[in-house]
Design a protein around this ligand. Sequence first.
Ligand code: PEP
Length: 248
Amino acid sequence: MLRKPFIAGNWKMNMTAESGAKLIEELKPLVKDANCDVALCVPAILIPAMVKAAAGSNIKIGAENVHWAASGAFTGEISAEMLKEYGVEYVIIGHSERRQYFGETDETVNKRLTAALAAGLKPIVCVGETLSERESGETEKVLYRQLAEGLKGVEDIKKIVIAYEPVWAIGTGKTATDEQAQETIAYIRKTLGELFCPKCAEKVIIQYGGSMNAGNCKGLMAQPDIDGGLIGGASLKLDFAKIVNFDK
Ligand code: PEP
């Protein structure tokens, strides 16, 4: 298999230690025979409890953000080493909500990515256009910039997961069609080939994200360049297991 599918959840600012651990306990038997890699990215304060809940299973725990500095005067931030210390494997970087509400830029994405890779975390870098960018025909230009700037200096592109998340499809119930998602993700792969090397780009896992659910995951996952999903709302319930088992 050239690329092993990868389904990851993004809990955003949802769940408690109790409800999160309960969901993981219920998910464990449902996803144990998955043919894909499985992760749940959870709020930072829930990480220790969720790592404990997922222990011994095929569910890996991820964080939703990471700071670029190793330590220092950055009130409220969490470093890559701190995440590693608590058993975190993945980290989402540059989610559109962070770009939209918290001033995330391609430059800060790049700094976070550099720190995450140095610490041995597996980054899930989010890219995607807004509705107005798509409607004005700027999708490729925006994605090119996010990839070129956000991934600057990366030595081994295969260590990074890309999540293509059209901003207009996140939490809106509007999914990109299978064809739209495939076409855009194929563009992302071609661009990675140009920026890095075509052979390496063939090995990069590229997820689709944006209102992916148990009903539409099969069609999306059947597309040749779509290797997985980053799942928001549907990762807060048992439906997540249906997405993980998209091939059954
Ligand atoms: C996300 O937050 O990354 C996401 C894709 O959310 P949703 O699935 O709810 O659209």
